[in-house]
Write a protein that binds this ligand. Sequence first.
Ligand SMILES: [Ca+2]
Length: 273
Amino acid sequence: MRRSPLRNAPGSLLRQGLVPGLLLLAGNLGTATAQVPAAYTGKAWHDTVQTVPGILQPENYDEGATGMTWFDTGPHIGAYTARNSGVDLDPVHAGDPTVPGSTVKAVPGNVYWGWLENNEWLKMTVDVKTAGTYAIHAMVGTAMDNTSFKVDALQGSDSVSSGTLVLPFTGSCPVECYHYWFFAKDLGQIKLKAGIQVIRLQIVKSGYNIEYVELQMAGTSGLRGPVRAGTYATGASKTPGNFFDAAGRKNFRSPVTGPHGIRPAYTSGLVHK
Ligand SMILES: [Ca+2]
């Protein structure tokens, strides 16, 4: 089986000259804190901010309009209907195999972002618990060489990017290659401030499916391993406004009864007002 070597992405966009200044500032005035851009109106899905270190689920991208929290080209495809936008989401198929050697197995029912096109993107509000340089890993099924994405932390003039993260390709698949899953480790790195901030996942070169992205402190073995999708917080809304489902129920949250935590009752029409 041919397998392309992992290729490290180019370095952070953070200007090298800025790093000592930030460190000095952190030392004198406390830890530099990331912020959500003032013009950003997206809301964390189900008011549940994803955390770093940890796993970022594309299907939990922020609530908001196209062009603000998501951008998709092409028709709306996918069987995962908990989100009612143009983003193409689908559960991992039952029986989808995992590439031998992958340290994490595919979990049927977990939701992936698919039917990707170049330059599509999703944004999510995340809470980075500890400032530092994070290694980027991803659960993917690739169908060709040189596919890629990037991770950006959007903080105005202090924005940072992983640069292009190129995915390996097995070259031979027992099923459709998009469904031959593997955990691609150490695709690149990104240096993040601590605090609530907006992360963007952007497709650079399509030709794959992506189930999740994992950020762990570089040099650690803190990988979470197999995960389940869709474990949402319950309780009152923490952000201005409320969610209304198709039946007009305010802040209605169905019980988690479906496989792998997916909420089957969320089928359409969830609106944030
Ligand atoms: Ca997922």
